[in-house]
Design a protein around this ligand. Sequence first.
Ligand code: SF4
Length: 297
Amino acid sequence: MNARFLELEITGACYHLCRHCYGSFPREGELDKYTVMQVIDEAGGYFDCIIFSGGEPFLHPDLIALTHHAQDFVVFITTTGDALGKEQLLDLPGNVVLVFGLDGIGEVHDYYRGKPGAYARLLKSLELTQDRPKEIIVTLWKGMLSQVDDIIALAEHYGALLHFNAVIPVGRARLNREILLSREENEMMHEKLETLRRERGAFLVTDLYKITEKDLGGIDLFCKGRYSITPTGDVRPCEFHPGVFGNIFETSLGHIIEQAKESDFIKARETGFKDQVRLDVQNPFNYHTEICHTFAL
Ligand code: SF4
């Protein structure tokens, strides 16, 4: 069984303006400490892992306290790594994995993130976290393709697991279509990453996935068992899907999840959309919007 992830977008605030951002952050909204603690209390039994994200979760005033409240889970914090303080890092408990967003080397990263100096500050945070478990997540966009080998070397240098993420064309990525890979580039990267994955084992992970005939029995979805909560409390199937199952300010998380599990959508998702998979999709690398999003909640 997949590890079951609950993603908590605890704040809409962010330092960056990433060109692919699924939620077009920064935006309004912040989940208060006591609401999040209650959600964490209810999450036991439904989830194995909690992701604190945003926006930039380190801009939430109670992030450290929340990580201590989530000690029964594997906790991930997805961060820009922009201006992390030594003290904040020292106060994090041992069950926390830091997940840094890196979208290129040097000015390529700064350009993509709309923030001059972001790369230099990210490197400082990577230095500060030499001894912590961590991941680097890289978006597969046009401008970074020639830098893949340098990015692998950087992740090795800092002892981070490396994760290459496909761009899902939602949020700000819909406005910045020039970042999207062509069909040929997707094919080339798919082949390259599959080879690297075989050579490097668990060090390198990718969710760039191509629909083929084998998926008629169900896609190997990374999102099975996953749910996401927005900074205004909406519970969604994941951070990319616009559908809403309920709101934690109106209904308990447990009740929302129990109802969601009875929905046709979640039943279908847990089978990898085996009855919805089509081979005639426009882009075989994008099952998210071409198959999943066409299925109403
Ligand atoms: S397949 Fe659907 S539910 Fe799963 S990550 Fe993609 S958009 Fe979200």
